[in-house]
Ligand binder design. Structure first.
Ligand SMILES: Cc1cc2nc3c(=O)[nH]c(=O)nc-3n(C[C@H](O)[C@H](O)[C@H](O)COP(=O)(O)OP(=O)(O)OC[C@H]3O[C@@H](n4cnc5c(N)ncnc54)[C@H](O)[C@@H]3O)c2cc1C
Length: 458
């Protein structure tokens, strides 16, 4: 390309935005083009692992720096004009400008939206003026993490932490609070770990209770009790409990408000739907948690704000923007976490469709739970594992797999994800060549027994 440098403005300087920025520079350099890349972020941190925050809260990860993959200085050395503390409040896609909270206007040739999805803060969690009560907060940014590390350090022995929300963040934070020696209550208005089918989420619930967590299912929180400026309790429909600290982990929402009025198509929840190259409109691109992702199995757009998608989407976007051909070709709805406290350790993973998804897609689905062990029974490593497998009765296509079990259980999900990615059948999963030796598996690997049992019932 000849002429002036193309101006790329990226809004959001974390996983998706910085992947896009660096990949754009790399691909452009390969093609002999120079890009002027400016990245704006309203926060003060870049490229950090939010995923690691619960493990920093627990003490497994010693310092904030351990969670930072690349510092602001490193990004600038790579040629990126990184501007922190700059909030974008508006965009004019026709004029190709963005406006900042300070009233500055920046022109662009290509706009990358990588603004993520901030934590949802319900009205009951804040004072009438919108500020949080002392002892109450979300777990989303590095600053949130720092606040929690401080609050945990300041809380006395016997302090009680109430976690509102029993999704993966809620469960990870419960683990962190137990590791710090606090009493823990987890409240959820649903049934807990609702990313799993009930047969498996019940096992996670049991693990929480075994570890000493007070778990209250179906608890719709109605308000906080406060003592001066500090939280002292939580009320829910039909109950209440004392609280020294309250963690609000009820979900996130795409940060796309600044695009309002531009005619861009947003999902009901406010997410963008980029094409596989990351494009949402002429000269407008998007990646990461501010987007929905396409689930390959049923061709549905779903909101799955995960770092693994953000990194891939950012890379494909950056490459495409600079003239390359990388694409992000959707996902199969894989995710994993763990809950570990004292003697209790469960790994929790899922991939593919749920029963409800399968029904919505018109599948005649057959599903079964199989129990086994993660290693041959005579080995000391052997731990219980339960695997839920679902397949289509007519086509025999594998539709979904979920796992709850001890050490070594969780990453078994990847084999199933690979079969789903390739559009394989439950027979593929049952008969493919997987590794066996007594410390790692049973002769018939438990995942393959689970698949075989479903195959036999089709
Ligand atoms: C506690 C926790 C645990 C997690 N664990 C996992 C896990 O185990 N596995 C996994 O895959 N994912 C996990 N995630 C999710 C993962 O962290 C996110 O998917 C990932 O951070 C998304 O990256 P992103 O760049 O799209 O968005 P973000 O990381 O949210 O970054 C968006 C950036 O945009 C900035 N921004 C927003 N609006 C504006 C604006 N108007 N102007 C300027 N800047 C703006 C924000 O300040 C922010 O820095 C976890 C998240 C949390 C909170």
């Amino acid at each position: 390309m000849s002429g002036a440098e193309r101006r790329v403005v990226v809004v959001g300087a974390d996983g998706a935005g910085m992947s896009a920025a660096h990949q754009a520079l790399r691909t452009a350099a390969r093609h002999g083009e120079r890009l002027a890349v400016t990245v704006l972020d309203r926060g003060h941190h870049t490229s950090y692992s939010a995923c690691g925050i619960p493990y920093w809260m627990s003490g497994d990860v010693p310092t904030q720096q351990d969670l930072v993959a690349r510092t602001a200085a490193e990004h600038r050395e790579a040629g990126i004009d990184l501007r922190l503390g700059v909030e974008v409040v508006g965009a004019d896609l026709a004029a190709r400008t963005v406006t900042t909270a300070d009233g500055d206007e920046l022109g662009y040739d290509e706009l990358v939206v990588a603004t993520g999805a901030p934590a949802v803060v319900p009205d009951w969690a804040v004072r009438p003026d919108g500020t949080a009560y002392d002892g109450v907060g979300v777990v989303k940014t590095l600053d949130d993490g720092a606040a929690w590390v401080e609050r945990f350090a300041a809380a006395g022995a016997g302090a009680h932490v109430v976690v509102v929300g029993a999704g993966y963040v809620g469960v990870e934070v419960a683990e962190a609070a137990l590791a710090r020696g606090f009493g823990v209550t987890v409240l959820t208005r649903t049934r807990g770990m609702s990313m799993l089918e009930e047969e498996l989420s019940d096992r996670v619930n049991a693990a929480l209770v075994d570890a000493g967590v007070e778990l209250v299912l179906g608890a719709e929180v109605t308000g906080l009790e406060v003592d001066g400026d500090r939280v002292s309790g939580v009320r829910w429909e039909g109950g209440r409990g004392d609280a020294d600290l309250v963690v609000v982990a009820i979900g996130v929402r795409p940060a796309t408000d600044f695009l309002a009025g531009n005619g861009l198509e947003l999902s009901e929840g406010g997410a963008l739907r980029p094409d596989p190259h990351g494009r949402v409109a002429d000269h407008v691109w998007a990646a990461g948690d501010c987007c929905e992702v396409r689930r390959r199995i049923d061709d549905q757009w779903v909101f799955r704000p995960l770092g693994t998608h953000a990194a891939k989407m950012g890379r494909a976007l950056g490459d495409s923007l600079a003239g390359g051909g990388l694409t992000f070709d959707g996902m199969v709805d894989t995710s994993i976490t763990r809950f570990s406290a004292g003697d209790v350790h469960v790994e929790i993973a899922r991939t593919g469709l749920s029963r409800a998804d399968a029904a919505a897609a018109g599948h005649d689905a057959v599903a079964l739970v199989t129990e086994g062990t993660t290693a041959t029974g005579y080995m000391p490593e052997a731990e219980p594992i339960a695997i839920w497998v679902m397949a289509d009765r007519v086509t025999r296509r594998l539709l979904g797999v979920q796992v709850v079990g001890g050490h070594g259980a969780g990453k078994r999900i990847d084999t199933s994800a690979a079969v789903l990615w390739a559009g394989g059948s439950v027979d593929d999963l049952a008969w493919m060549d997987l590794a066996y030796a007594p410390p790692f598996a049973t002769t018939w690997e438990v995942l393959q027994i689970a698949a075989r049992r479903v195959a036999e019932r089709l």
